[in-house]
Design a protein around this ligand. Sequence first.
Ligand code: ZN
Length: 402
Amino acid sequence: MNNYEVLNSKIMRSSDLPLYWIDPLKVEADLNVLKIEGKKITVQDLLFYPEGGGQESDQGELLYNDQVIAEVLHVEKSSSEAILEVKWKDRKVIPEPPFPVKAKIQPDRRKALMRSHTSQHLVSAIFEKHGYETKRAEIHPDEFLVELDKDFPSEDLSSIIEEANLTVVNGKKVVSKFITKEEAMKFKARTPLKKAEERIFRVVEIEDTDVSFCGGTHTSSTSEIGTILLTNHGKRFFRFVVGHKASEMLNKLTHYLLLASKQVATSPNQALETLLRTYATLKDENRNMNQRIQSFIREVVAKSQESFIEIVNGKPVLVIMALPIAKKQMGKIMDELKKSETFIISTSDNILIIESKHYEFAESIFEKLKKALTAKGGGAKGRYTLKLEEQLDRSKIISILD
Ligand SMILES: [Zn+2]
């Protein structure tokens, strides 16, 4: 199916257009090699998408007489030619340029870039509808980032994501149109007209959703995207994964959370380990997901046989004894706990950690314990550690804190 239209026949023949514009699913072609300089090969034909407009370039390989001669690692555009940065496999078998090579693009990577690029248009269009302009976008395989012009209220994020995913399942058509500069000047699009020197302008339309000037590769329907999942955000930055990467991450997270919820009742420490794995899965932390994990951690800690709450100067202090986790693994858990609790943890390597968002309170507990235990340690701003000679027991810690 053609998912492009040439609106003005006097501009061009379709053979004037880059192959990645006409048919983004075409991943093989014969290319004419014009020049070779070290690891750079200049080819006449625009099959490989060159890095630009925030989108990463294609990768792939070059074959000569059915033999792979080079891996294509990166692509740049230079006027109407493409410069391929390669890793040579066999340079001896090729003649002096010009000569033809067969080029193959990594199809999975191409499709993953098409999915994330289309998703980015979709998400940017929805933000725009709510009055937030996209200042910058990054397109990686099945992953993209959007930077807005102003702070977006995080409580409205879930409705944006839901709207984007609804557009995905509704399978809206994505069509490219090619127009002249004169036509482009009059065109109403979400993105500004940038390259005034260009002869041909390309407009990418998502049915009922978005119209923008763009030179990237896109799917022909939003349904090809699969799923859009938010994985991290600040006030203006939003990072998403899509397609297979999104469903894989969701499945993994659901698996871990279900597993942890079963483990909580019988073996809280194991549940804690499972949750640490969940953290590792989310390389970029999703705040919404973190809140769920945070409540699980609380549950784990609360059900641990080794933990109790001690009232010190009228304030509750959570004491977790001999947690079988090394201090270096504790950072995440403590970050979560300290948001609302004052707590003391003795780790299995005999480190006593005192944390509270009430700095003075934490310091008073620290001083009390340090003196009573004649232990070495220090800290500041609500976080203190003590190195103990041996494990502390519950009655000892209560007697000191009372
Ligand atoms: Zn685009």
